[in-house]
Design a protein around this ligand. Structure first.
Ligand code: UDP
Length: 327
């Protein structure tokens, strides 16, 4: 079976991608520092522990596994933290990715699937976002991801590296089989925090900002199920294997939900109200991020089967109540 190097394969999205790759007949080789990832999440192929800034280690990985492609998930991804510690984001995300990209081209591994973000778009005056929108990130996390997109374009021009860049909207849910799920330490994402609050593991959810220019005053996001998201990655890999050109795809559903609406859906799914308090805005948060693109559906044949709030919250809830990694 062909090997695919999966950076961040021990993390939330990476571990689900490893499962999808295995099911599609590839061997996912997880490269992970285990700083934010979990050994227990690596179930579908080998694990190699190391740091993306370690070029000698990366060269070894390409020599040993001779991968047909790289799927690059490893990154720091907290908007709030990126505003406090931008250097951490530029060093880990940008320099780590540059080191990885240089190692890949030198090894002749020229197919690269990259997880980028809708945070690269920034505030866009209430429009639905498609891939042609100007990228104007308002936080260091988004800026670091946009910089990596630029690096990929440059290495395409210089070395023939071909990429599929996925700009994710808000990822939620868990593997319905319960083999892997979302578990961050510390947790900063809305859905798991909300479920923790419901279970009494935290006092209450703080709603970050209730004075946004939206119908109910809270931020609007486009939520996509992690299983649908990783399906798109396998399609992106096949796109590259079939010799198609570098391409950028949004991964969202085109439907926006406010923080209050997400809480309402959680109450319906779990039959329990979300304890919450209204708080200040979080630095770096955009008012509204919703995809306005059907490019992934049209060109990749992507069908996001599970991306309704009900299914995402139900799958997350099941995972939340049953399985967790140690920590
Ligand atoms: N959010 C919130 N309270 C929290 C965490 C998140 O109100 O404790 C809001 C946040 O302001 C944003 C949405 O929930 O509007 C999704 O945030 P998350 O951190 O899950 O993802 P992001 O949009 O930052 O990628």
């Amino acid at each position: 079976m062909a090997n695919v190097l999966v950076t961040g394969g021990a993390g939330y999205i990476g571990s689900h991608a490893c499962k999808a790759l295995k099911m599609a007949g590839f061997t996912p080789v997880t490269l992970d520092s285990l700083v934010t990832g979990w050994v227990e999440a690596v179930k579908f192929g080998p694990l190699e522990k190391g740091d993306l800034l370690d070029r000698a280690w990366l060269d070894d990985m390409f020599a040993v596994y001779e991968p047909v492609a790289v799927m690059h998930f490893a990154a720091l991804s907290q908007v709030g933290e990126s505003m406090q510690q931008p250097g951490k984001y530029w060093r880990n995300n940008v320099m780590g990715s540059l080191t990885l990209i240089e190692a890949a081209v030198e090894a002749g591994c020229l197919n690269f699937v990259f997880s980028s973000t809708c945070a690269t778009y920034g505030e866009q005056d209430n429009v639905l976002l498609d891939e042609s929108c100007v990228q104007a990130p308002i936080n260091a996390y988004g800026a670091s991801k946009r910089a990596i997109e630029d690096i990929l374009v440059n290495f395409g021009q210089s070395h023939g590296l071909r990429h599929v860049i996925f700009r994710y909207f808000n990822v939620a849910g868990a593997d319905p089989d319960g083999e892997v799920g979302e578990f961050h330490q510390p947790e900063t994402h809305l859905v798991p925090l909300m479920l923790d609050a419901i279970e009494g593991k935290r006092p209450a959810l703080t709603v970050f900002g209730t004075d946004y220019d939206t119908p109910d005053g809270t931020c609007i996001r486009d939520y996509v199920h992690v299983m649908d998201l990783v399906d798109a990655h396998v399609l992106g890999l096949k796109w590259l294997e079939n010799g198609k050109p570098s391409r950028v795809f949004n991964l969202g559903t085109g439907k926006g939900f406010s923080v209050r609406e997400v809480m309402d859906h959680s109450r319906i799914v779990t039959n329990r109200a979300v304890p919450f308090v209204e708080g200040e805005r979080r630095a770096g948060d955009c008012t509204k991020l919703v995809s306005g693109s059907v490019r992934a559906e049209q060109e990749l044949g992507w069908v996001p089967h599970r991306s309704t709030l009900e299914v995402m919250i139900a799958d997350a809830w099941r995972w939340h109540q049953s399985g967790h990694y140690d920590g």
